[in-house]
Write a protein that binds this ligand. Structure first.
Ligand code: UFG
Length: 344
């Protein structure tokens, strides 16, 4: 058995895929999650995939005493991967204090406890949202951080700064900040995937729910952008590929391979795809015709963004591997599985 890793938000979309990859690499995983946006059954599904049941504690990261109990109960936790956060952009505009409290205080609690329990480092879920609309594409890690479009985006920026400042102050910890582009898809077993609460806000869950008949039609938000077909462009990254980047980050941290105490990496494919291209790719690979219509722009949307992932490719030896076709098929298989189970 390798070292113990604490995964906050480990029953969520990216968290659950990362727990699987960590276990596959031999790490012992302890999951904490308050189940505010996920289900405890995900732990069973993880165990079904890997044959190993991760330890699970139902806990909110705002509960510092509860967190402390976890550190002392399990002992010798070497690193944390911190996914637990509220993530709905629109909701964050309505409820900014909820977002600032949840996302910022949770991180502070972890950072305060790390030195006391000899936790070496933290891998933080950041986002390409910190770049806003980049002036230069593909965007590199050294691009300027733009003013956040939403309280949610602001929490990502602030949390990056909190980590930087804490390490700069001499705290005996290291960090790797992973800036994700648009994570999509599901595990190829279709045992874990994205489980949106209510009406999905993100493109892929809305698209697969439309394809299966839960939603009548997909709205494409705008076809008058300055892009080849007029729809917005994103860098869609397969969730299993993304999960693997976390394992590599942990290996690097615990193997003393970091070049700086805080390292930042873009985690994307390096390819931009428009909403209309994605719809076409989905129709072609699944053979399912999608009912969609072009509507007006969505407030706050970035026109186009895709990653320059060279730093992650070279430094981490990580590369996005899964094709967009296989990724879309995995998302479709997951949606069909949810239907079979009568969930959605
Ligand atoms: N889109 C549609 N119709 C939909 C949903 C989305 O056309 O029903 C379009 C959006 O306009 C956008 C693209 O699909 O062009 C992707 O939209 P998502 O909502 O899936 O993803 P975003 O790029 O808006 O959001 C992502 C992350 C957020 C992050 C945000 C920052 O999911 O966590 O980037 O811009 F904050």
């Amino acid at each position: 058995m390798k070292e113990k890793i604490l995964v906050t938000g480990g029953t969520g979309f990216i968290g659950s895929h990362t727990v699987v990859e960590l276990q596959r690499s031999g790490y012992e995983v302890i999951v904490i999650d308050n189940l505010s946006n996920s289900k405890v059954e995900v732990i069973d599904s993880i165990a079904e995939i890997t044959g190993i049941r991760p330890a699970f504690e139902e806990l909110d990261c705002l509960d510092e005493a509860g967190l402390e109990d976890v550190f002392s109960k399990y002992g010798n936790i070497k690193a944390i991967i911190h996914f637990a956060a509220s993530k709905a952009v629109g909701e964050s505009v309505q409820k900014p204090l909820l977002y600032y409290r949840n996302n910022i205080v949770s991180l502070i609690n972890l950072l305060e406890l790390m030195p006391k329990y000899d936790v070496k480092g933290i891998v933080f879920s950041s986002s390409c949202t910190v770049y806003g609309q980049p002036d230069v594409l593909p965007v590199t890690e050294s691009a300027p951080i733009k003013k956040a479009e939403s309280p949610y985006g602001n929490t990502k920026q602030i949390n990056e700064e909190i980590i930087q400042d804490t390490v700069k102050s001499g705290a005996p910890i290291q960090a790797i900040l992973l800036r994700y582009f648009n994570p999509i898809g599901a595990h190829p077993t279709a045992l874990i995937g994205e489980l949106p609460n209510g009406v999905p806000m993100n493109l892929i869950p809305y698209l697969t729910q439309t394809a299966i008949g839960i939603r009548e039609k997909l709205s494409v938000f705008g076809d008058d952008y300055d892009t080849p077909d007029g729809s917005c462009i994103r860098d869609y990254i397969n969730v299993v590929d993304l999960a693997k980047a976390h394992v590599i980050a942990i290996d690097r941290m615990l193997g003393n391979k970091q070049k700086e105490k805080v390292e930042v990496f873009n985690i994307g494919t390096g390819k931009g795809l428009s909403v209309l291209e994605l719809i076409r790719a989905f129709e072609k690979t699944t053979g399912v015709k999608l009912n969609y219509q072009i509507v007006g722009r969505r407030t706050g949307d970035i026109e186009k963004v895709w990653a320059n992932p060279e730093k992650a490719n070279k430094e981490l030896g990580w590369k996005a591997e899964t094709s967009i076709e296989d990724t879309l098929l995995s998302a479709w298989k997951w949606q069909q599985r949810l239907r079979e189970k009568g969930i959605q």
